[in-house]
Design a protein around this ligand. Structure first.
Ligand code: AMP
Length: 213
């Protein structure tokens, strides 16, 4: 299977699609957001720094982010991987492209296209679990079977601190401003595939599979 760089506005379903590809096809998801949340959970000084940056709606600096991703890519071995939420800046894209070229790692870029309104609605309705599963109170297909409890592991679901309206707008604008040149870069080298993320989870998955086959 082809390696994937999965890009999207906030709450477009990157995590959900990554989870399906992991369970059905053995993909290894490398989610920078999830890695940062793990670092926060350690309660270390670095974790506190990372939390402050994320809560303020800003991006973590490129050096730390790129270092983490390179380490993870080297751990993956022969399995196909999904880069989820990375690259988010042109600098990250250029450095990781060079790295993947050196390591002969080929990939396709998939952009989950979502309007601002839908992105906000999904963000404000999102609940997540420590195990990585993500739910949404506004969508029947994404609701937990028992309200507030993870279907997979039974733990209590929670809202991310940064999933509030004020931080959303800042994050959305920062993210889209940063993503635009990254998408232009991938378009110019023929790697960009755009998938309409306003569709259901299953429809999005089917479109992703068309790109991967
Ligand atoms: P996510 O779970 O992808 O929405 O990421 C949560 C937060 O982690 C983002 O709002 C950023 O502050 C930070 N983050 C995730 N990925 C990156 C990245 N590639 N570069 C910089 N910061 C990132």
């Amino acid at each position: 299977m082809k390696n994937i760089i999965l890009m999207a506005p906030i709450a477009a379903g990157k995590g959900t699609q990554g989870e399906i590809l992991k369970n059905e096809y053995g993909y290894v998801p490398i989610s920078t957001g999830a890695i940062f949340r793990e670092i926060i959970a350690t309660g270390s000084p670095l974790g506190k720094q990372v939390k402050d940056i994320i809560d303020s709606g800003k991006l973590i600096d490129d050096d730390l982010t790129i270092k983490i991703v390179k380490e993870k890519l080297l751990e993956v071995g022969d399995k196909p991987f999904i880069l989820d939420g990375f690259p988010r800046t042109l600098n990250q894209a250029k450095i990781i492209n060079k790295f993947m070229e050196e390591k002969s790692l080929d990939y396709q870029v998939i952009y989950l296209d979502l309007s601002l309104d839908t992105s906000m609605k999904r963000t404000l309705g999102r609940l997540i679990c420590e195990c990585g599963k993500s739910y949404n109170i506004y969508y029947d297909e994404l609701k937990a079977k028992n309200e507030g409890i993870c279907d997979s592991c039974g733990k209590t679901l929670y809202k991310r601190d940064e999933d509030n309206e004020e931080t959303f707008k800042l994050r959305y604008n920062n993210l889209m401003n940063n993503l635009k040149p990254v998408l232009d870069l991938y378009q110019s080298i023929g790697k960009l595939n755009i998938v309409n993320a306003e569709q259901s989870v299953d429809e999005i998955h089917q479109e992703i599979m068309k790109v991967l086959k």
